[in-house]
Design a protein around this ligand. Structure first.
Ligand code: ATP
Ligand code: MG
Length: 583
């Protein structure tokens, strides 16, 4: 492509409403343009990068015998009413009515629809089957932000597998796991896979794939010693052992106007780890629960929900008026009748701690378990923190990283097939609901995540595998001979199938160089007056700024070597199919 013909509207300045680097650079390099909040158009440069990622994903799916289909974005409400998710999805679902007032949604995901497509699988002999699509999804996110990273319309690869038994699901899940790893690696990115919470999609076993980046919205917890890695949402932890203490006599102390943990701790001259907070939660039926945690930690709502086996919400300050026995700011476990108490397991080793006295301006000191109160249940209900002991190996310490979730895989089981009554005939001739898995990649998010991980102060640094073009040819100056040589090289490289962007415009060299660094193609070939003397091209590698002088005769071979050494060779595909365990 000639730059003089290309629609590449670049911006010199950072756009005001872009917070993170990928969003800024995607706008500045003319890859995307905003249509409305959380809705973007892909411009020519952006669309090329998107297609590159899409094709890697497609190759890896085809490589494990997943079959590509295309389902509609427009889905009838009935499908979601049968599964029960029409209501559960809430306001994240984009809903609409047709001219006959029939209800529809724009698919946030496709479990329901794809399950109905499996209706014609008759026998266990036809299983497993994996179907996938690369298609647009709609989610009315509360806070669409960061450009295509969290948008309301985005492109997802979603795959679904159907099985006769659990072992088959586990095998396909494992080959998906491998394929996902290869996808991110082939995109040239550092990543980690972590244990994840199921969320609205459901299922017991699930893992997320995260591209590592400071600006990632997710926190990943991993062990310094073993392979434990999990999303902070569910990461387990243990505490370092604390010394035993001699229990002291319980006493009530005045703490006038002191409510916040830090204020009480300061007032009583103890570290905040000596305090135990009691937080009140309410379930849907209105039943109250008290969650006891160390003063310097916070409740992890997802873990609390798991431990209690039900959804709960923190009691609002205003709601305290409804319950005359509750004293806001001074809640504690002693004498808190009629409220079930769940305590974090870390408290088991605490002695002589401080709790609220259920009376204004008072706390209890030297509280000890069993002697002064006994919780109804124990559970791991706090957020894991850096430095905690690993819950899996009990040896290593936990560390934190920030990540961008670009993929999520689930072993679903029969959740959808059962509710929707979609069955196959098993070995004994009986109808059975399919056992299912589902597997998503945020294709458009992956493009943004790549830029988030790979850029510098001048612009994007594309990994060669997903770069919109491989080579950026820059002709400098007005010399006719230079122009002729550049034209010749451009045509030869095109003929060789090299993806090349040729800056043939009559503008200053400074602007050309700045723009080349901004859009970040991996190999810049520069030809100016110097070439006429040396007969050598100057090649700059965008990633490390390395300059190489390459003679006229060998430039094509040199560039092709660079490009092919980075792109995964074709023959590995056969190997991937062999690795993937089936049936
Ligand atoms: P998140 O926690 O970021 O909202 P999710 O758990 O809702 O993600 P899934 O339902 O697992 O996401 O969807 C599969 C993939 O689709 C995600 O791993 C992510 O890469 C991508 N994705 C999800 N929501 C968005 C969005 N609003 N914009 C862009 N990509 C998204
Ligand atoms: Mg989401």
């Amino acid at each position: 492509m000639r730059l003089s013909r290309m629609y590449l509207p670049t911006l010199k300045e950072d756009p005001a409403d872009a917070e993170i680097i990928s969003h800024k650079l995607m706008l500045r390099s003319g890859m995307i343009r905003k249509v409305t909040a959380g809705v973007y158009a892909y411009m020519p440069l952006g669309f090329r990068a998107l297609k590159k990622v899409e094709n890697i994903v497609r190759q890896e799916m085809d490589g494990i015998d997943a079959q590509e289909i295309l389902m509609p974005a427009l889905q009838p409400a009935e499908l979601w009413q049968i599964s029960g998710r029409w209501y559960a999805y809430g306001s994240e679902m984009m809903r609409l009515k047709d001219r006959h007032q029939r209800e529809f949604c724009l698919g946030p995901t496709h479990e329901e629809l794809v399950t109905t497509l499996a209706r014609e699988v008759r026998s266990y002999r036809d299983l497993p089957i994996i179907l996938y699509q690369i298609q647009v999804k709609f989610r009315d996110e509360i806070r669409p932000r960061f450009g295509v990273m969290r948008s309301r319309e985005f492109i997802m690869k979603d795959a679904y597998s159907f099985h006769a038994h659990r072992e088959s699901l586990a095998a396909v899940y494992a080959s998906m796991h491998q394929a996902y790893g290869r996808i991110v690696k082939r995109c040239g990115l550092n990543y980690r896979s972590v244990q994840a919470a199921g969320g609205l999609i459901g299922g017991a076993v699930s893992e997320e794939f995260h591209v590592l980046a400071e600006t990632g919205e997710d926190t990943i917890i991993f062990c310094s010693e073993c392979d434990y890695a999990a999303n902070l949402e569910l990461a387990a932890s243990r505490w370092h052992l604390l010394p035993n203490e001699e229990p002291q006599p319980l006493s009530k102390v005045e703490t006038p106007g002191k409510i916040a943990v830090s204020d009480v701790a300061k007032f009583l001259d103890v570290p905040s780890s000596k305090l135990v907070k009691t937080l009140l939660y309410k379930d849907k039926s209105g039943e109250l629960f008290g969650a006891l945690i160390p003063g310097h930690r916070s409740v992890n709502p997802a873990k609390l929900t798991l431990a209690l086996g039900r959804e709960v919400a923190l009691l609002d300050k205003n709601e305290f008026n409804i319950y005359p026995q509750l004293t806001y700011g001074y809640i504690g476990p002693i004498g808190l009748h009629g409220i079930k108490l769940i305590a974090d397991t870390s408290l088991k080793q605490l002695y002589n701690f401080i709790v609220g006295a259920n009376e204004s301006d008072h706390h209890y000191k030297n509280v000890n378990l069993e002697r002064d109160f006994t919780p109804d249940a124990w559970g791991d209900i706090i957020y894991a923190e850096e430095g905690d002991i690993c819950g899996q190996c009990g040896q290593g310490e936990l560390r934190k990283l920030r990540g961008i979730e670009i993929g999520h895989i689930f072993q679903l089981g029969t959740k959808y097939s059962e509710k929707m009554g979609i069955t196959f005939v098993d070995k004994t001739g009986k109808p059975k609901p399919f056992i299912m898995g589902c597997y998503g990649v945020g294709v458009s998010r992956l493009v943004a995540a790549a830029i988030e991980q790979k850029s510098d102060e001048r612009g994007i640094i594309w990994p060669i595998s997903i770069a919109p073009f491989h080579v950026h040819l820059i002709a400098v100056g007005k010399d006719e001979k230079v122009k002729e040589t550049a034209e010749e090289l451009y045509n030869n490289l095109l003929a060789e199938g090299v993806e090349i962007l040729y800056d043939d415009r009559s503008i200053s060299a400074g602007i050309k160089f700045a723009e080349a660094d901004l859009i970040g193609l991996p190999l810049q070939v520069i030809i100016g007056k110097k070439f006429l003397e040396t007969k050598k091209f100057e090649v700059k590698e965008r990633e490390n700024g390395e300059l190489t002088e390459v003679p006229f005769e060998s430039i094509i071979g040199w560039l092709k070597d660079k490009i092919h050494s980075e792109v995964t060779p074709k023959e590995t595909r056969a190997r991937w199919i062999k690795i993937a365990p089936f049936r």
